[in-house]
Design a protein around this ligand. Structure first.
Ligand SMILES: Cc1cc2nc3c(=O)[nH]c(=O)nc-3n(C[C@H](O)[C@H](O)[C@H](O)COP(=O)(O)O)c2cc1C
Length: 369
């Protein structure tokens, strides 16, 4: 029996299978508002048969966007724009929907990757970023402004407000973005956090703000399936590492975290990453083993049997894919065919079921959950 195509309980939500579409920034929104691109992009991924589709890093305030094109959820306008996309998906797909909520911290005000990704000067429409400390990501960049007590309170509230909007939109799963060198990760890592107040220095102090954010969102949405994506290591000597990640995950678990999503890197240009198939899986395994929390593995997992083996060996509970899903949006269908699993497919596409795969598509009709 395929584990990849068996259900999993995450908080109050049961996913049909353990194939997760990882959050992927599209840098294509206008003033934070979703548009036709998101309808097409998320619409096609909603037909993928994955157990969970996590919408891209969505900014909780305008200044928390990585690029001016980031999706946002900080106002009635941004909420209404995303509502159109979510409602269309709901009409045509039974997929479970999640959203990643984030704040770019010192990596805000950047150009889209296809425009080079550099910091945008204020004179060219950029803005001054906020971060734990006034330390830029790159020496060449304009330093961010260190957050004061008022700024911390504002951002914490922004996470809560966006989470409430996400809940109202009908997202069943919320993931807080504490990875890739963005704001919450910047608090965790001693590389970016040089504060000498209660939010910097010791591990306990560096975890304080991300935990406060988690706790505030949890308090606002007690029954919501809520998880956290972490960078399990900075890949820099003396930076954030797997041991600290486990301490963070344990603290999150005590506050009611439903799952962890184990990524890595992004806080320092000095990172030395050894890339390879499933290179981040050991981090998921460590978090899972030492906390017992349901954990997603992500990063260069591209093959159905590789994904299945990770689950069979209890290295992770779910498998998230990003680039592989863009390359082959029917990855889950093909993996189910290979592993003898089943996926939900739209009835309009049922005739595509291969002759020798009569059980591939579960009996599900449009709009039926
Ligand atoms: C186009 C693109 C956009 C991404 N945007 C996000 C994002 O919004 N949030 C995030 O946590 N990771 C983001 N990532 C990282 C992916 O979620 C994933 O962790 C990474 O690509 C490794 O998985 P893969 O080897 O399956 O692509 C992005 C990756 C890609 C390729």
């Amino acid at each position: 029996m395929s584990l990849l195509f068996s259900p999993i309980q995450l908080g109050n939500v049961t996913l049909d299978n353990r194939v997760i579409i990882a959050p992927m920034c599209q840098y294509s929104a206008q003033e934070g508002c979703a548009n036709d691109w998101h309808m097409i992009h998320l619409g096609h991924l909603a037909l993928s048969g994955a157990g969970l589709l996590i919408v891209e890093a969505t900014a909780v305030e305008a200044d928390g966007r990585i690029t001016p094109g980031d999706l946002g959820l900080w106002s009635d306008d941004t909420e209404a724009a995303l509502a159109k996309v979510v409602q269309a998906i709901r009409r045509h797909s039974p997929i479970t929907l999640g959203i990643q909520l984030g704040h770019a911290g010192r990596k805000a005000s950047s150009r889209a990757p296809w425009d080079g990704g550099q910091q945008i000067p204020v004179a060219e429409g950029g803005w001054i970023a906020h971060a734990p400390s006034a330390v830029p990501h790159l020496d060449s960049e304009l330093p961010p402004r260190a957050l004061d007590a008022e700024g911390l309170a504002r951002i914490k509230q922004a996470f809560v407000d966006s989470a409430l909007r996400a809940d109202r939109l009908g997202f069943e799963v919320i993931e807080l973005h504490a990875a890739h060198g963005y704001l919450l990760h910047e608090f965790l890592s001693p590389i970016s956090n040089r504060r000498d107040d209660a939010y910097g220095g010791s591990l306990e102090n560096r975890m304080r703000f991300p935990l406060e954010v988690f706790q505030a969102v949890r308090a606002a949405l007690p029954g919501k399936t809520l998880g956290v994506r972490v960078s399990a290591t900075d890949w820099v000597e003396g930076g954030w590492d797997a041991g600290q990640t486990v301490a963070f995950a344990q603290a999150l678990k005590a506050l009611g975290c439903d799952f962890m999503d184990a990524s890595s890197g992004g806080v320092s240009p000095r990172q030395q990453i050894t890339l390879g198939a499933g290179y981040q899986v050991p981090f998921a395994q460590k978090i899972k083993r030492e906390t017992g929390l349901p954990t997603m593995a992500v990063g260069l997992i591209t093959e159905a049997r590789q994904a299945e083996q990770i689950l069979q060996e209890e290295q992770a509970d779910m498998i998230a894919l990003a680039r592989g899903m863009l390359y082959d949006p029917r990855w889950a269908w093909h993996a189910a065919a290979e592993l003898g699993g089943q996926v939900k497919a739209p009835q309009q596409y049922w005739r595509s079921q291969p002759r020798d795969q009569k059980a591939l598509f579960g009996e599900i009709r449009t709009g039926q959950r």
